[in-house]
Write a protein that binds this ligand. Structure first.
Ligand code: 4AD
Ligand code: MG
Length: 440
């Protein structure tokens, strides 16, 4: 004996799937985003996390009581709306809902973020609410897509996800940006700056690996490109050369940008992103040496001396030359991390690469080949005044079957910020952590 659908059974729907329900009566569960009224009709913009839709409530169809309940309802009150889905070419999502029933779950009063302009500090103090805004939702969905694309990229290419620790005994990216943590009675541990060193051990075990997690830098700088907590994906490959690393970085960036263009067109539109700039992100990316980059910087009249690292204006000057990301390789070894392998043909430069995004977004990827020789690595650890004992396990990788290898780290927020066209990294993560911000 079959049980047929009951006549009054609710059909709960999400706004993002609304096209599938044309002509049907559905139930939406969400929040009131906006409301305007004209006499006997309320126009209610409802959001449910998956999208926004205009719900049209006429006094006649909804009844006096329901109509009155919606009269003075404030922004962000939670609501359940029943109604019939109607196609409307003028509606932003292509559909509207003709309301037949309406319940208030919990009224909101004086929601602090109104459609008027607010200052950034005001919004950052209310970040937990600000993320409900259409623009912020679009950014967070694109962030999700970027992360999903990154995982798919590596998973479909034989890489094994191997996680690396967050509590670490030592520095990876220089000792000036370490966050110390009291680790029980005796020891000071540090929040990881990068999973790379453990990734190298994992690559010696599993060949092609990646780690993906939060990383920490006690950056005292107040720039729009720095967070103190950010997410980084880091692949590491046994037997990889610098050229392999650049090809992998290029493939990843192309794949991520394409994926967002394909699947998040609506969100890019909310952000008013010029997608023609993103469509140009195709292989091959130009590959230039540090020397050539320095030449560009000098030609553009910026003061620059060989040997220094690039500042933000320098990176912008270089990336402006190209319509797609550019790989800058062979930086002076002295400005790079202790683990960078020197170029055998020119030891004063390292076999490292930074990928600079176009449109002035600067470095999104840093990586290269690692020192694989035991004696050289030990010398580097000493030169950098790093505690040898904490690196014994890392030296083991050069004692037992050392091979050339390399990889890179890509900062998720830098990529999201560039793809979304943001002017600060703080909007590229739900709860940014910065020099002067740890709330909410
Ligand atoms: O260039 P970085 O410091 O390289 C490393 O950490 C290597 N150990 C990675 C590796 O080879 N496995 O950082 C890599 C990337 C940068 O290109 C940038 O995208 C991002 O991480 N990044 C930051 N993002 C936000 N805020 C910060 N303070 C960042 N520092 C680095
Ligand atoms: Mg770097």
């Amino acid at each position: 004996m079959g049980v047929g659908p009951r006549e009054h059974e609710e059909m709960i729907a999400y706004i993002e799937d609304i096209a599938r329900h044309e002509g049907q009566t559905v139930t939406l569960r969400g929040w009131l985003h906006n409301r305007r009224s004209s006499g006997k009709i309320h126009f209610l913009t409802v959001r449910d996390g998956s999208g926004f839709i205009q719900c049209v409530m006429s006094k006649k169809a909804a009844g006096d009581d329901t109509f009155t309940r919606a009269d003075h309802l404030a922004q962000e009150s939670s609501v359940i709306v029943h109604g019939t889905v109607r196609a409307d070419s003028r509606a932003p999502g292509g559909y509207e809902l003709d309301v037949t029933g309406f319940d208030v779950v919990s009224p909101a009063t004086d929601y602090p973020i109104t459609p008027k302009e607010h200052g950034v500090d005001y919004l950052m103090d209310r970040r937990h609410l600000w993320i409900r805004a259409p623009r912020q939702q679009a950014i967070l969905r694109i962030r999700h897509e970027v992360i999903d694309a990154v995982r798919d990229f590596f998973n479909s290419r034989g890489f094994v996800l191997a996680d690396t620790p967050i509590f670490t005994p030592s520095a990876c990216e220089g000792t000036t940006t370490l966050f110390p943590v009291q680790y029980f009675e005796q020891e000071t541990a540090y929040l990881t700056q990068s999973g790379q060193l453990y990734n190298e051990a994992n690559a010696m075990a599993l060949g092609r690996v990646y780690c993906f997690g939060p990383t920490f830098r006690a950056e005292k700088s107040k720039t729009r490109r720095h967070l103190t907590e950010f997410w980084m994906v880091e692949p590491e490959v046994a037997y990889a050369t610098l050229d392999d690393v650049m090809a992998l970085a290029e493939g990843l960036v192309v794949s991520v940008v394409q994926r967002v263009l394909e699947r998040r067109a609506a969100e890019l539109k909310v952000l008013e992103r010029d997608t023609s700039r993103l469509e140009r992100v195709q292989a091959p990316f130009p590959r230039i040496s540090y020397d050539e980059a320095a030449e560009i910087i000098r030609r553009k009249g910026l003061p620059f001396e060989w040997g220094g690292d690039f500042g933000a204006p320098d990176e912008t000057a270089v990336s402006e030359e190209f319509d797609r990301p550019v790989c800058v390789h062979r930086y002076p070894a002295a400005v790079k991390a202790f683990y960078m392998k020197p170029d055998p043909e020119r030891p004063e430069v390292a076999l490292g690469v930074d990928v600079l995004a176009p449109e002035g977004y600067g470095e999104i990827i840093g990586g290269g080949e690692r020192v694989d020789d035991y004696d050289l690595l030990l010398a580097r650890i000493k030169e950098h005044n790093l505690p040898q004992a904490a690196f014994e396990w890392y030296l083991d990788l050069r004692r037992f079957g050392s091979v050339p290898h390399g990889g890179f780290g890509m900062g998720i927020e830098r990529v999201v910020s560039w793809i979304c066209g943001l002017d600060h990294l703080r909007e590229a993560i739900p709860y940014p952590r910065m020099l002067y911000r740890i709330y909410p």
